[in-house]
Ligand binder design. Structure first.
Ligand code: FES
Length: 139
């Protein structure tokens, strides 16, 4: 069972109302999840996509940012075994979930033999292909 993300940081600070010099506050959430079989904790803004969190907070750059609007599939990851576009997914909503990226597939020894290994489309195809192979009825 997943837990609700914990809200904290600057968002909990109270500023007297009517203060004209108050800067906009940045809300921060803490998210605990499992990425490529490792428990990870991220402190992020609630609007952070899973793609940005993986790349910028966890330095997992194998998941590529291409269109950043759900059209190309370069950012495909697995969340609890389901194929998901990470650019269209909020990281803060993934509390307690299992995320698998292209790096996780390589750690498992999944054989990935493509001639254009550096292509972002190739990486997303590898993630998608694994899903299709393990669940033949999946879309
Ligand atoms: S980056 Fe293109 S679908 Fe996510």
């Amino acid at each position: 069972m997943s837990e609700t993300p914990k809200f904290g940081g600057a968002a909990n600070d109270k500023t007297p109302s009517g203060s004209s010099s108050a800067k906009p506050r940045v809300e921060i959430v803490t998210v605990n999840l499992t990425v490529n079989s490792e428990p990870r904790t991220m402190t992020i803004e609630p609007r952070t996509t899973l793609l940005d969190a993986l790349r910028e907070n966890l330095a997992l750059t194998g998941t590529k940012k291409a269109c950043d609007r759900g059209e190309c599939g370069a950012c495909t990851v697995h969340i609890d075994g389901r194929r998901v576009l990470s650019c269209m997914t909020l990281a803060a909503m993934q509390e307690g979930k299992r995320i698998t990226t292209i790096e996780g597939l390589e750690q498992k020894g999944t054989s990935i033999h493509f001639s254009l290994r550096s292509s972002s489309t190739t990486d997303s195809n590898a993630v998608s292909a694994l899903r299709a192979r393990s669940c033949p009825g999946s879309p």
